[in-house]
Design a protein around this ligand. Sequence first.
Ligand code: CA
Length: 223
Amino acid sequence: MRVLLVEDDDSIAEPLTAGLSRYGMTVNRVATGTEALAAPRAEMVLLDLGLPDIDGIEVCRRLRRSDDIPLIMLTARGDEADRVIGLELGADDYLAKPFSIRELVARMHAVGRRTRPVAAPRSEDHLQRLGALTIDRRIREARLRDDVIGLAPKEYDLLVVLAADPGALVPRRDILEAVWEPNSFGRGKTLDFHVASLRRKLGDPAWIETRRGVGLRLVVQQP
Ligand code: CA
């Protein structure tokens, strides 16, 4: 995959370029909005919103005007307004810094799947319906019946990992790898904590079945 990385901060861009190359991607890195708009077409754009010349949101808008290339915004935490505007302007997803390469690559694949074929109008592909539960991947939101359930980022990620194959037993190790930074200390306990909290928010513990010492599975509850 040919990726256009728009990021002015070398300390982020350099490891990111190296990391994505390890996943077999070809990265064209530029540091300004002007260069981004002039760059040859890539298959995916990773766009930092805080750029030195043109505002990232504006870059997003202009890229979108001429092309519907898949685009993921890279935001600093707390830029909620930017994130909402970006998604409205047609960004496919966003990732708050700091993030892991693994997390980014997973998002890139998800966005790539969703945006192909390129010419298709925006559909409801970003919505996953699981009985009483709906997951909206575009805005990282889950709804139970029609009510939004306020999930912490890791709770949402955990839910999405389980929802990737509803009913399937997902090994603990896979969940830890997908949701948490490698080697992050105490993540086993953290997982248990998030499972408990997610169960509570889903209103029925039956949503998540624990196989002790093995893994977890999402058991879809009908409305
Ligand atoms: Ca920046």
